[in-house]
Design a protein around this ligand. Structure first.
Ligand code: F6R
Length: 241
C-alpha cells in the first residue's frame, strides 16, 4: 500500500485528479470506478477544469459508481445519480450510455444487483477505482459487520453512517436506511485503487486501514490484500499515522 500525504484538501484533490487523468491518457477507453460523498468533490472540480482546458478527453471512458441509496429516484437531489450528474457528468464529455450507477428504485433489487455486477464484468473490469472511506472504515457502503457481501448487494446502513450522511438531507429521518453497494470482491478485483481521505475525523479509519491485520469490522483493512492501492490523504487524515 502506497501512502501519499498532501498538505490539505486541495492538494489531495489535485493529486487524485492527476492520477485519474494519467489513467485516461494512458488508456482512453478506461473503465473508472467512482465514488460520491464530500471527499471526491474537489477531484471532480479539478477534472472539470482539466477538461475545459483540453487536458483530458472522456469520450471513450466508461464509469461505474460504487453505490446508490435504496428507494431514491435519480431525480431526488440526495440521490447519487443526481450528485454525479450535477457535480461531474454534466460538465464533461462522458457518453451517457457509458455511465452506470445502480438503480436504487428498481422493482427487483436483487436482480438489479446481479445485473450491475454482470455489467461491470462485461466491461472488462475496472481499471481505476476511486474510493472514499467512512469514519467507521466502510468502503462503498460495505459497513462494519461479521460478514461482508462479496458481490453487489442491498445493504443496511449503520446508525453512524446515517448520522454522518444526514448532512445531505433535510432531516435525519429522510436518510434511507438501505443502499445498493458493490461488494468487497467487486472492489478488490479492480486493477488499481486510489483511496481519498481528508480531515481528522478520518484519521482513526486511516490508521486502521494501514494496520497489520484485516477484519470485516473495519472493511477498509481488506484493501491490504490488494496489490495496487494508493492512499491519497491530507495531513488531518494522516494525523494518527
Ligand atoms: C460514496 C461511498 C462512501 C463514501 C464515504 C465517505 O460513494 O461509497 O463510502 O466514500 O461514506 O464519505 P465522505 O466523503 O462524504 O466523507
Amino acid at each position: 500500500m502506497r501512502i501519499i500525504i498532501e498538505n490539505n484538501y486541495q492538494e489531495m484533490s489535485k493529486k487524485a485528479a492527476l492520477m485519474l487523468a494519467s489513467q485516461v491518457t494512458l488508456k482512453p477507453e478506461s473503465v473508472l470506478g467512482l465514488a460520491t460523498g464530500s471527499t471526491p468533490l474537489g477531484m471532480y472540480q479539478e477534472l472539470i477544469e482539466m477538461y475545459k482546458h483540453d487536458e483530458i478527453d472522456f469520450s471513450e471512458v466508461s464509469t461505474f459508481n460504487l453505490d446508490e441509496y435504496y428507494g431514491l429516484s435519480p431525480q431526488n437531489k440526495a440521490s447519487y445519480h443526481y450528485y454525479m450528474h450535477h457535480n461531474f457528468f454534466k460538465e464533461v464529455n462522458i457518453a451517457p450510455e457509458n455511465i452506470h450507477l445502480p438503480d436504487g428504485n428498481a422493482k427487483d433489487i436483487l436482480k438489479e444487483c446481479q445485473a450491475y455486477e454482470k455489467l461491470i464484468d462485461h466491461s472488462g473490469g475496472i481499471d481505476l477505482q476511486v474510493l472514499g472511506i467512512g469514519a467507521n472504515g466502510h468502503i462503498g457502503f460495505n459497513e462494519p459487520a461479521s460478514k461482508l457481501n462479496v458481490k453487489t448487494n442491498l445493504v443496511e446502513l449503520t446508525e453512524e453512517t446515517i448520522a454522518d450522511n444526514s448532512r445531505f438531507f433535510a432531516k435525519k429521518e429522510d436518510v434511507p436506511r438501505k443502499a445498493i453497494s458493490v461488494g468487497m470482491a467487486t472492489i478488490l478485483k479492480t486493477n488499481r485503487i486510489i483511496l481519498l481521505a481528508s480531515g481528522k475525523n478520518k484519521a482513526r479509519a486511516i490508521k486502521e486501514t494501514v494496520s497489520d491485520y484485516v477484519c470485516t469490522e473495519i472493511p477498509s483493512t481488506l484493501l491490504q490484500t490488494h496489490p495496487q492501492v494508493t492512499l491519497i490523504i491530507d495531513k488531518g487524515a494522516a494525523s494518527l499515522l
